[in-house]
Each structure stands twice: as C-alpha cells, then as structure tokens.
Design a protein around this ligand. Sequence first.
Ligand code: C2E
Ligand code: MG
Ligand code: MG
Ligand code: MG
Length: 289
Amino acid sequence: RAKAEGRRCYHFYTSEMDAALQERMELDQAMRQALERNEFHLVYQPRVDLVSGCVLSLEALVRWRHPQWGMISPGRFIPLAEETGFILALGPRILRQACEQIRAWKARGIPTVPVAVNLSAREFQQPDIIERILAALNNTGLDACDLEIEITESAAMSSVEQTIRILTDLNGHGVRVSIDDFGTAYSSLNYLKRLPVHAIKIDQSFVSDMKVDPANHPEDAAIIRAIIGLGETLGMKVIAEGIENTVQRDFLLDHGCLQGQGYLFSRPVPAEAVEQLLVNAKTPDTGNT
Ligand code: C2E
Ligand code: MG
Ligand code: MG
Ligand code: MG
C-alpha cells in the first residue's frame, strides 16, 4: 500500500515538474522570438539626491511586452535568461539600446545624466566584457561617464579576483560601477575594500520594512546603518533602493544615506516620460536647484 501511494506521489510530482519544465521551455522560446520581434524595451528610474530631489542618474530596467501574455516582469525572465544563456543575446541589446537613448537625448540637447545598466553575472563573466562596454560607448560616440554599470553583490563576489580585475579595468576607462542588492550576499569586507566601486546600493528588502515605523525593525535599521557606515569608511557612495514614502526617506537621511531611488520619487518610466523629467526637473547641471 505504501508502495502504491509512493508511486502515486511520485507520479504527481513528475507531472508537476513536467508542467514547470514545459513553462520554462515555452518562456525560453518566447524570449528568443521576442528579441527578433523587438518586444523588449527599456524604462528608466531616476536616482535622486534625497535632500534636494535632484536627478543624479537613471537606471535602465528592461521590460518585455508579449503580444498575448502582456507584461512579463524581469524578475521572471532574467533569471531564466541567465540560466539558459539567452542573456548573452539580450544583454548586448540592452546595453546598445541604453547607449542609443543617451545619444538621442544628447543630440536633442536634453540635459542628460549618466544611465546605469544592469549586467547579470553571466554577462559580467564574459571574457570580452570590457571590450563590449567600450565598443557600445564608441559606437554611439558617448563618454565613459555617460554610462554606469550595476552588478549584484552575489555576482561580484562569486569570483572575486576576476571581479577586481574587471572593475579596476573599467574604472581605468572611467566607467563607474555600483554594487546592486547590497546586503543580500556575503561580501568579504576584505575583498570589498579592494573593489574600485563607485557606489553600493542597499537592497530594497531592508528599506521596505522601514515603511511605517523603523523602530519596529531594529535589525533592518541596524543593517542599513552598518551599510552606510561601510560606504563612508570605504569611500563609496551609498544609494538606497525601494523608497516608497517619506518615513523611509527621512530614516535614511537621518543616518547619512544621501541618495536613493523609489516610487516616492518616480517609478521606472518610458524614455519619453523621463525626458520630461530631465527637462523640467532639477538636475545638478541646470543650476536651478
Ligand atoms: P534591481 O536592479 O535591483 O532593480 C530594482 C527593482 O526595484 C526594479 O524592479 C524596480 O522597478 C524596483 N523598484 C524601484 N523602486 C521601487 C519601489 O519604491 N518599491 C518597489 N517595491 N520596487 C521598486 P524590476 O524592474 O522589476 O527589475 C527587477 C530586477 O531584474 C532588477 O533588480 C535586476 O536585477 C533585474 N533587471 C532588470 N532590468 C535588467 C536588465 O536590463 N538587465 C539585467 N541583467 N537585469 C535586469
Ligand atoms: Mg539595479
Ligand atoms: Mg537592487
Ligand atoms: Mg534586485
């Protein structure tokens, strides 16, 4: 009886696995088609000075609008793309699209700020990643300071010596790199101090608990304070992610975090909308701060 039950369980299990596998395969195939059909586009979220509200830079975030399924979030397809290697086809398109957008803004005299592009671990580990980034800049006639790169803490720490080499190289070329989702992996502080990193981004999971009363979340508050202290000690800027209200902003400001992103300031928006923001809103260059 136990055996029969076991077998039934096993059966149930495999058909569930089949369904999951089937879905992944479907998604994978749809992604490959989507690239040809130009279903991917970028939206941009401002990073602001928490005191003045000035837009300091933009983060480019990929969006996929499938003709039947509608919007598919990067949280669903980027990890799969990373696993299957499809990211190696998609990543360069994202980089090029971001660079072309900056060039278009510049050509029209829009006051631009640097644009940060997320690189997945797999892209970052490509042996020719430096050449690719420099080529993307070259092909669009941009300066190194027009583009920034974000890599996650776990990607940065997965092969540290290589990361140090790549970041040092990028830094030498004038391309700034930030460490994304900071606090979610286990950074060796000993390595972190050797990374020529412009900024660390406090993962939004720590910030999201500060929404109502930071005093109710002493652990998250302590982690945030520790990251801010670390940034100060190592000479890295600290950027908070996922700021949705003024309680969170004020907590961060009180503890010395001066830059951030979040729905409080702006959701990620299409290029045309961010353009309005750049023209109207205060950017450090326009002098009307
Ligand atoms: P990330 O780079 O850490 O991006 C931050 C995510 O937080 C974005 O989600 C953004 O829309 C969201 N966000 C911003 N402000 C708020 C807020 O106030 N509240 C909340 N709840 N969320 C906020 P998104 O666009 O869904 O991207 C998710 C992740 O997918 C990114 O995390 C990044 O790891 C990855 N990703 C997105 N675009 C790209 C890309 O072009 N290339 C690569 N390799 N990865 C990407
Ligand atoms: Mg990011
Ligand atoms: Mg993040
Ligand atoms: Mg993230």
